[in-house]
Design a protein around this ligand. Structure first.
Ligand code: BMA
Length: 329
């Protein structure tokens, strides 16, 4: 049986698997957990990151505005279900003035590391690249250098240094709705200079696993288990009516996380609920955060639904590791 190597979180949001349901992941019965009008000027709240914070929870939310600008907002919750999201966007401090301005910010991840909360996001600097910052209180955010050259998306930090190096997965892209994309891992001694770029995994062409045939990208901060890093990721198919975003999982080597031990041939989540099938961008499930409880093995996944609202889904480490190994490519 697989185990999470991490902290306990007795107040993790949770619901048992509905009787008779076979899928490895199941949805919260009161989804969506965050509605589209989550703050004052929000058109939509989705693709957002959440972590345990001071006995409750904190998050960095993607709220697209009524003018459809994309920006990041801090939010807080006692139970992980009811959220207060700030009306004013996060103001970053300390960046070199040459990179302090951004064209847009979206799809954040939060990674607790070194006693700080690191935030990575898709940052508009002459096109999309990976922005990085840290905070201790979700009030003051200290911006670092952009991690990579444009164009890049889905920058996801590992929650500990490996052999003394910070590790970040990312997905080199183009300046539009990129019709390609594989996942790479880069290393840094200091969160500023990134190198040793290694290929982790790519799309799967043909009929074998078509849900991940157009592009793939890392999702939540990887979860450390005794069977490897458990990585939840998104995979995209180009259908005759556009992109369809599904979710898969992979197990990565603990020491060399670009070495893939297993990845699912079958998806673990597909747009199925009405709020995933209908919205500003139909047919998108897009996980960006996972809470874990090492005592019970419970995992709570926060994911964007149809680029409009935020959903919550559940699984356990035993279940997902087992599924990843037995439904592997
Ligand atoms: C990607 C990003 C995501 C979004 C997805 C589906 O390129 O913009 O934020 O969820 O497309 O529209």
């Amino acid at each position: 049986m697989a185990h999470i190597l991490g902290s306990s979180l007795p107040n993790i949001p949770w619901e048992d698997r509905p009787q008779g349901l076979q899928t490895p992941v199941w949805r919260y019965s009161s989804n969506p957990v965050i509605a589209r009008n989550g703050n004052k000027r929000a058109n939509s709240v989705f693709n957002s990151a959440i972590v345990p914070y001071q006995g409750g929870f904190a998050g960095v939310f993607r709220c697209d505005s009524l003018s459809i600008s994309m920006d990041l907002f801090a939010g807080f919750s006692a139970d992980g279900l009811h959220w207060q999201i700030n009306d004013d966007p996060i103001r970053m401090e300390g960046a070199d003035p040459e990179i302090a301005e951004n064209e847009f910010r979206y799809d954040a991840r939060i990674t607790p590391l070194d006693g700080r909360y690191y935030v990575t996001w898709c940052n508009g600097y002459h096109g999309p690249t990976i922005g990085a910052a840290w905070t201790e209180d979700f009030k003051r955010f200290h911006q670092l250098e952009n991690a990579f050259l444009p164009f890049n998306r889905n920058g996801v930090l590992f929650p500990e240094k490996i052999n003394g190096m910070y590790m970040m997965a990312s997905r080199p892209s183009d300046n539009g709705h990129t019709p390609f994309g594989d996942i790479y891992i880069s290393q840094s001694p200091d969160m500023e200079f990134w190198g040793r770029h290694r290929f982790m995994m790519g799309t799967i062409k043909g009929n074998a696993s078509a849900w991940q045939s157009t592009k793939i990208g890392a999702g939540p901060t990887p979860i450390k288990t005794d069977e490897g890093w458990l990585m939840i990721y998104h995979g995209v198919l180009t259908s005759c009516s556009g992109y369809v975003y599904r979710t898969g999982s992979a197990l990565l080597d603990l020491e060399k996380p670009w070495k893939v031990l297993y990845r699912t041939k079958d998806y673990i989540m597909t747009p199925d609920a009405p709020y995933e099938r209908m919205g500003d961008v139909p047919n998108v499930v897009f996980p960006c955060a996972a809470l874990t409880d090492a005592d019970t093995g419970r995992i709570a996944i926060y994911y964007g639904c149809a680029d409009t609202v935020t959903g919550l889904a559940f699984t356990t480490v035993e279940e997902l590791v087992q599924y990843t190994k037995t439904h592997s490519c």
